[in-house]
Design a protein around this ligand. Structure first.
Ligand code: MG
Length: 111
């Protein structure tokens, strides 16, 4: 499956209030933050309950939450008029540029 194929699949289930307007983007942003929190909550529970061990069950839970994050990213990108491939290509360009200039470990978005 390509990134854009996944994005099209995600869009088939993108049904929520305010879709296509700013409230819809707010919904997506809040959802993205919530799902990212669910990923980190699993890490917290692995540390708290499993002595930092990532059990098979915990890995599966994290995989599910990463997929939820991916869904929000895919739909938000689409609603902003971007394909997932476009977003990934830009990120790759940005990282390679930073690597080539030796600023991967610096600070600031525009380095
Ligand atoms: Mg979730």
């Amino acid at each position: 499956m390509t990134l854009n194929e996944y994005q099209n699949c995600a869009l088939e289930t993108a049904i929520f209030p305010g879709r296509g307007d700013f409230p819809g983007l707010m919904y997506l942003g809040l959802g993205l933050a919530g799902e990212a929190g669910e990923v980190t909550d699993n890490l917290k529970k692995a540390w708290r309950d499993d002595n930092g061990e990532l059990t098979k069950e915990r890995r599966e839970a994290i995989k599910a939450e990463l997929g939820d994050v991916q869904w929000y990213i895919a739909v938000m990108a689409a609603d902003l008029g971007m394909t997932l491939d476009e977003v990934a290509r830009y990120n790759r360009y940005k990282l390679r540029s930073r690597q080539a200039r030796g600023v991967l470990h610096g600070e600031g978005d525009n380095r």
